[in-house]
Structures are given as C-alpha cells and as structure tokens.
Design a protein around this ligand. Structure first.
Ligand code: ZN
Ligand code: ZN
Length: 371
C-alpha cells in the first residue's frame, strides 16, 4: 500500500476576517458594509484585481466586478459570490442590497468619493447610508499568521536587496543607479514592484525625509540615506539605513547624529510593548533626541503600521493615544535632518508581541562602507 501524499492547501484566511468584520458591523448597528478601498477589498476577499466592490452582511459576501476579472474572482475569492458588472455598480446595487437584506449600509467615508456616494444613495434611496471610518483598517492593524509569513518574506527580501547592493556602491554613482540596483534585485526575486519610490539621498538631499533618488552622484564622506521596500505577494517591507562611503568628512557631526539616532531607535525598541500608546512609544525616541539637542530636527513620527499598505495603523506618533496591541507590525524609524548637511534615519520593522517586541529587520547597522 502506498502512502499517497496529502494535498496541502493553505486554508483561506478570509472566513476568519469576515467573522471579525461582522462582529464590528453588529457593534456599529450596520446591516452591511460596502467596501471600496483597494487594500481593504483585498484583505477581506483575497481579490487582487484593480476594480471591484464588496457588499458584506451577516450572511452574504458579494463581490461586484467587471468582465476583466470574472475568472479571477472564482480563483481568488472562493468565499464570495460574484456579481457581474456590465456597465456600472449603481445598476446592480439595489439587487445586491436586497440579496443582503440590508437596511442600514455603511460605506467607507475615508475612501469613497462624494460623487459615488451620491450615486449609491440615488440607486438605493430607501436605505440608510452610514459613513464609517477605519473599520477594516482597524482589523488590519493586527496581523494573522498568513500575513506575518508574507511580511517576514517581504522584509527578508529588502534585507537581501540591500546586502547585495552595498558592495556595489561607489563614489560617483548616482542615487538613481543605486536605487535601480536595489529595485532590480527585488524584481528579479519575485517582488511585484517596489513598495514605494525608493529613496537614495546623499548629502544635503538626505535632509529632506522623503527625497527621491536623483541624478546627483554620491560623494565620499557624506551621509547617504537609503529607504527602500519590496511589495511581495501584496505585502510591503520598509527599511532605512544610513551609510557613508569611506570615513565621514565631518566625523564629529556624523557620529554624534548617527549615534543619537541609533540610541533613540534602540531605546524605543527596548521599551515598546503592548498597552503602551503610540504617543508613549514615540516619546521614548523623541525625548532622547530632544535631550541631545536635535528635537527640532526630528519632525516626523517614530513609526507606522505596515502591511498591505506601506503606511497603515497603528501609528507611533504624538497624536496616537490608543494602546498598541500584540500582533501589530510597526516601523521604528527615528531620524535627524540638518538642512545643508544631510540626514540620518534608521528604520526597522518590529512585531509587537505579548512580552514586548521582536525585531524582524535583519540588515546590519554598520554605516561605513569602503569608498
Ligand atoms: Zn521607510
Ligand atoms: Zn517607514
């Protein structure tokens, strides 16, 4: 008798996500919700197409999309019934709402356009259309096992792309050349694309936190900020390191700034734990940078959630008073930016655990490269 290999299929994550969403709908006294935001649509249904709407009620899960995606829905969204759009969603909405048995329907006020909401209200005027904000984003803030595996893979790909790029970096190479070495590695190692336009910012360019790679040649001894991420199976990584080709031309300033940022990051990573608010997490790094005299040069939040979107909940920032919960992924990325000189930012992705955190980013933090 032979032992036939067992078919190993990963169970669909969407039923558990729909269960959590339906609990939220009950709490909000909503009979159904119409999902239009692309990452929320993908999270709840598995559908990766670029156009479609979900209508989810207590016992119905409908996915309306057009001819381009009919087959894809069957493959990617087995837990959803396909509604075939021929012309536009509004034509079918009344039938969908009746199928869902909904009277009070939520819509995503932080994504739907004014124009489309008007169209929906006109198509189904006898229902109450209720604006909602952040319901699915709130669910996405705690990652499930499949998402954590996807994130670990995306983070490892960014680490690998940076590791192979560093030995190739030379004085005189443009920021765009370095950016392309990183991007092409990610693209030839299964990434769908970059998670965002990569930042390679040498010298004064690094003083702008979101500078883009330019044609400026890298110079020896200046700080070079590289902020990069891959999009792999829909999930984004986000990694920043700061380097110097050869010894810094202004060693005293470079090391003071670099070590202040690194100490702030380390202190935050030691302190972060569930129950701490986003504001308290931010303050650990901010207080240290402020005490070193660079408070005004750290003008952004300490970090952000990351997943299907590169910036999502929860935030480590002065305005987030909500407690962090285990299962969230956040970046920890303090920075100091000095106009005319440059910037230093160091960014890891960490998982909030029951006990504290696990740092998922592995890229080393040694800044000096051979010139
Ligand atoms: Zn980043
Ligand atoms: Zn980031």
């Amino acid at each position: 008798m032979t032992n036939a290999p067992q078919a190993t299929t990963t169970p669909s994550p969407t039923p558990a996500r729909l269960t959590r969403l339906r609990e939220v709908l009950r709490q909000q006294h909503l009979d159904a919700i119409l999902i239009s935001q692309p990452e929320n649509r993908r999270y709840l249904s598995g559908f990766t197409g670029s156009s479609g709407w979900l209508l989810i009620s207590a016992d119905q899960a409908l996915l309306a999309t057009d001819f381009r995606y009919y087959d894809q829905v069957a493959l990617e969204s087995p837990d959803f019934a396909l509604v075939q759009i021929k012309m536009k969603l509004a034509d079918l909405l009344r039938g969908m709402v009746e199928q869902a048995g909904a009277r009070r329907i939520g819509f995503e006020a932080d994504h739907a356009t004014y124009d489309s909401v008007q169209e929906w209200c006109e198509a189904v005027p006898d229902c109450e259309w209720a604006p909602t904000k952040g319901l699915v984003v709130g669910l996405r803030a705690v990652k499930d096992a499949g998402e954590l595996a996807a994130m670990r893979a995306a983070i490892a790909l960014a680490d690998a792309a940076l590791a192979q790029a560093l030995p190739q970096m030379r004085t005189g190479m443009t920021e765009l050349e370095v950016s392309w070495i990183i991007e092409s590695y990610m693209r030839t190692h299964a990434a769908e694309g970059v998670a965002f336009e990569l930042i390679v910012a040498g010298g004064p360019n690094g003083a702008r936190p979101h500078a883009r790679a330019s044609e400026r040649p890298l110079q020896a001894g200046e700080p070079i900020v590289i902020d990069m991420g891959a999009r792999l199976n829909g999930y984004c990584s986000d990694l920043t390191r700061t380097f110097c080709l050869g010894q810094p031309t202004e060693p005293e300033r470079f090391w003071e700034v670099y070590n202040t940022v690194l100490r702030a990051q380390t202190a935050a990573e030691v302190a972060l734990r569930p129950g701490m608010t986003g504001q308290e997490g931010d303050a650990v790094a901010r207080d240290l940078i402020t005490a070193a005299g660079y408070g005004d040069a750290f003008g952004h939040g300490l970090g952000h959630g990351v997943g299907l979107a590169v910036h999502e909940e929860p935030r480590l920032s002065r305005i987030n008073l909500s407690p962090l919960v285990a299962g969230s992924l956040v970046t920890v990325e303090p920075g100091i930016y000095l106009p005319g000189w440059g910037g230093v930012r160091i960014e890891d992705i960490v998982l909030i655990t029951d006990a504290g955190i696990e740092v998922l980013t592995r890229a080393p933090k040694e800044p000096i490269l051979p010139g």
